[in-house]
Design a protein around this ligand. Structure first.
Ligand code: ASP
Length: 406
């Protein structure tokens, strides 16, 4: 029995425990809350790996490329795909929420004493802050954009001096191997923690709460499903095997779904794209950059939620206003950190910007954990799809990649 279980791939193991977790959550209900700190152990462990992996992986990845300048070219394509997907997510949100009108006629009950904590960082601040005053602090704080800046500069110089610094490059390769071993060791526990996190989410925020906001939750899930399908289609558009992609991306996607943290899913996502034939340098760069700037799942959720809240209050929003909200949501997402609930924290800014009552956040707060799951999944999914597609367009995908199987 145990042998059979060990032979099962990680994604299948995760799937089984997620289903078990769902059932346990429904049965046990809010009592599951006592286990939430145990679940956070796993989230902390995988988040810890981001810092251990990203630096050496980018440096050794850049140095192993025949043509390191290629990263810039492929990088621009990756960013262009992120931008296109943001626009599609915004359009989808506006269409869905106007056709289905989930908030119209709702009886609004605000929870007492709720205060939200908006993220005040503007886009200009964010751009200026990309350069850290102190790189050690950037690593200590886990500031991914700053880390990327330092590491890419370092990696670029290491490439330029490749022949003079062979020891350091070898050292980075070895570091990389050890950190991958650490990651696979941690990931062995993923099925159990994914199940536990699922049980806690469903138990605490479960069916009773979802019931009240059923249409809203269903719309978010439906829209996220469309975005997920589009992410898979990107692979098809590139002439690659979508089934093989789905099989492999399932693991990081499920980690994202259950932990509700795209940051925690980054190490698994890096491994996924590298496994599928993306050169390590490009794979680490694309998924890490995407982790910071690309959150289409969240931008979709925010655009739908703001219009939903306006509808619930009986306030009219013109399509023009809605477009501004959807695009501002995309811009705000560029500065978000992939942790649970981050997308909800910034909704207040969008509401106030649109002249709507900030307290509207309270309307959807109760189901945030439930709608955070699919949006986090798409945030991670999108990074993998864009990185793989851009790599394929540039002809850099490993010729033996499973994605090229007919
Ligand atoms: N939980 C999301 C993520 O980690 C962010 C959000 O709350 O939308 O990507």
């Amino acid at each position: 029995m145990l042998q059979k279980w060990n032979k099962l791939n990680l994604a299948a193991q995760i799937m089984i425990f997620v289903v078990i977790g769902f059932i346990v959550g429904v049965i046990a209900g809010p009592r599951m809350a006592v286990f939430s700190s145990i679940g956070s152990l796993f989230i902390k462990a995988v988040q810890m790996m981001v810092i251990v992996i990203v630096g050496p992986a980018i440096i050794s990845g850049f140095c192993s490329l025949d043509n390191p300048k290629q990263i810039g070219k492929t990088g621009v394509k990756i960013i262009a795909i992120f931008a296109i997907m943001y626009v599609i997510a915004a359009a989808l949100a506006i269409i869905i929420v106007n056709v289905l009108k989930p908030g119209v006629g709702m009886e609004v009950v605000l929870p007492e004493g709720y205060t939200y904590t908006p993220n005040q960082q503007s886009l200009t601040d964010m751009l200026i802050n990309i350069v850290p005053k102190n790189p050690v602090a950037a690593f200590a704080d886990g500031n991914l954009l700053q880390i990327l800046f330092v590491v890419i500069l370092f990696a670029g110089c290491a490439v330029a001096l490749k022949d003079r610094v062979p020891n350091l490059i070898k050292w980075m390769d070895e570091w990389n191997e050890i950190s991958m071993k650490m990651l696979t060791t941690i990931m062995k526990t993923a099925p159990y923690f994914a199940g536990l996190l699922m049980a806690v989410s469903i138990g605490v925020n479960g069916p009773a709460i979802i019931g009240k906001l059923l249409v809203y939750v269903a719309i978010i899930y439906g829209g996220q499903l469309i975005i997920a399908i589009l992410n898979v289609l990107l692979i098809g558009i590139g002439g690659m095997n979508m089934k093989e992609y789905l099989k492999r991306v399932f693991e990081p996607a499920m980690i994202a779904f259950t932990t509700r943290s795209s940051l925690a899913s980054l190490p698994a996502n890096i491994e996924c794209v590298v496994d599928l034939g993306v050169p390590r340098g490009i794979g680490v760069f694309g998924t890490t950059l995407g982790n910071v700037v690309d959150m289409t799942g969240t931008s979709f959720f925010q655009a739908v939620s703001v219009v939903f809240i306006a509808q619930a209050y009986g306030l009219e929003m013109s399509i023009g206003q809605q477009i501004v909200v959807a695009l501002t949501a995309a811009l705000l997402c560029v500065s978000l950190v992939g942790v649970p609930g981050a997308g909800m924290a910034t909704i207040g800014i969008l509401l106030l910007g649109a002249g709507l009552p900030g307290e509207g956040v309270g309307l959807i707060l109760a189901v945030d954990a439930i709608v955070d799951m699919p949006r986090t999944m798409n945030n991670v999914f999108g990074d993998a799809s864009a990185t793989i597609l851009a790599t394929k367009i540039d002809g850099l995908l490993d010729p033996n990649s499973k994605l090229l199987k007919k």
